[in-house]
Design a protein around this ligand. Structure first.
Ligand code: SAM
Length: 423
């Protein structure tokens, strides 16, 4: 007898769950749990390719199984307008910070700490619990679980959630309005983000005028670099930085300087210049570890203007161009030209969109979501490999494509172009 799709999925989930669970037990690692002391990350090292593949298959298959047993109608109705509401409220009103990790609080306690009414607090927190944040061990008594604990103890992940669930979510809610109002726009200030924030500035200029939001955004970028697929080891291990000798790397739009710090730490003769807007530079330039301070410098630079660091060996763009429509990406590239020596490398570490159906559904959704995020914040988009080559070609035919690869386990690709212009 042929087994049904749902039983096939269930069997595969069971088999892969056994693989993951036996791996963790064999290594004496804790099993997944949202208990207060549960592990905060997957604990499967990226080198464990088969086990990681089993984990990813569990994520895809459980979602597929859930959809099938919901049925199309309930599936559609499961996407409600409140999807990020509890996260937004938790970060806006600091609900997770209202009582200590390991302690307990009543709704009245949370209300008096947050300034919300007790009824509102109960609504928000009980909804959050259905999304896996907080627990209610006894009726009316709220305690932290591993998720709410993370929000209290990890300021970077707190800022990630705040950026996504507050500003980002508001921007998403205005994207269709922006598409109607500015059809086909490539302008970074004609977006859902701009409408939601009631500004005519592009997001990064708006952030520059709001240092607190800018710091949060930079922390969000940092949070990505600690997530699976974005480890900075991919940056250090997949380009021959060591061959630069005592060369100079310009980390254009380098934010908190995390990539440059990782490169400088691993390659003791390389120097890095981290360029970004003034508020970002002010927030992070003092945080360079003392032993790297002579090789990792920060500099205020707007990459929509001419590049001031001449004759560097590498101009490194990590996660920059995906924020910009072709019109502005071309401008950024042309702004480099007066600074480039022959043979200078333009090293891009960014997303490359796959053909549909090649990646796991979970990984593909992540990239497609990133693609939409670029639309709503900047009227930009992610690119397929040929789009990248076309972009550089359009900017100037003297940018020669050298190679591109997606390192094993990395979400971002490396794309390397060489400047073939003459002195
Ligand atoms: C998506 S983040 C990438 C940060 C960093 N490269 C990384 O990989 O985490 C984009 C960065 O570009 C910076 N940025 C945006 N517009 C800029 C401009 N016109 N000039 C300089 N930096 C800019 C932002 O402040 C932000 O730090």
């Amino acid at each position: 007898m042929c087994s049904s799709q749902i039983t096939q999925l269930a069997s595969r989930i069971a088999a892969n769950t056994t693989l993951v669970s036996e791996y963790l037990a064999g290594k004496n690692l804790p099993l997944p749990s949202f208990d207060l002391d549960g592990p905060l990350d997957t604990l499967i090292p990226k080198e464990e390719i088969a086990i990681e593949a089993a984990r990813v298959a569990i994520i895809d298959d459980t979602e597929e199984l859930r959809r099938l047993v919901l049925g199309p109608r309930e599936h559609l109705m499961s996407f409600a307008h409140d999807v990020l509401l509890s996260q937004q409220a938790i970060v806006r009103f600091k609900l997770a910070h209202s009582f200590p990790v390991g302690g307990e609080a009543s709704f009245a306690d949370l209300a008096s700490a947050s300034g919300l009414t007790e009824t509102t607090t109960r609504q928000l927190v009980r909804y959050a619990i259905t999304n896996g944040i907080f627990t209610e061990p006894k009726r009316g008594v709220i305690a932290h679980n591993a998720v709410s604990r993370l929000l209290v103890e990890d300021a970077v992940i707190f800022d990630w959630v705040a950026t996504a669930a507050d500003g980002g979510w508001q921007a998403a809610s205005r994207i269709c309005d922006a598409l109607e109002q500015f059809p086909g726009s490539e302008e970074p200030n004609e977006t859902g983000y701009a409408l939601a924030h009631n500004t005519d500035k592009p997001i990064y200029e708006y952030l520059a005028m709001h240092p607190d939001k800018a710091r949060r955004f930079a922390n969000m970028m940092r949070a990505y670099t600690t997530g699976t697929g974005y480890e900075l080891s991919h940056v250090t291990d997949n380009f021959p930085w060591g061959e630069l000798g005592n060369g100079v790397v310009v980390d254009v739009g380098g934010s908190a300087g995390h990539a440059s710090i990782a490169i400088a730490r691993k390659f003791p003769s390389v120097s890095c210049v981290v360029q970004d807007f003034a508020p970002v530079v002010q927030s992070f330039s003092d945080a360079v570890p003392a032993e790297l301070a002579d090789r990792v410098k920060f500099e205020v630079h707007d990459f929509m203007t001419e590049q001031p660091v001449k004759n560097a060996d590498v101009y490194f763009f990590r996660w920059i161009f995906h924020n910009w429509s072709d019109k502005y990406s071309i401008k950024i590239l042309r702004n480099l030209i007066p600074a480039l020596k022959p043979g200078a490398k333009i090293v891009v570490n960014d997303n490359v969109l796959p053909e549909p159906g090649i990646l796991s559904k979970w990984q593909e959704r992540h990239l497609r979501s990133m693609d939409l995020t670029q639309m709503l914040i900047q009227n930009a988009h992610e690119r397929e490999l040929d789009d990248w080559k076309d972009l550089f070609e359009k900017a100037d035919a003297r940018f020669h494509f050298q190679w591109a690869k997606q390192p094993q386990g990395s979400t971002l690709w490396f794309l390397v172009f060489e400047w073939a212009g003459k002195d």
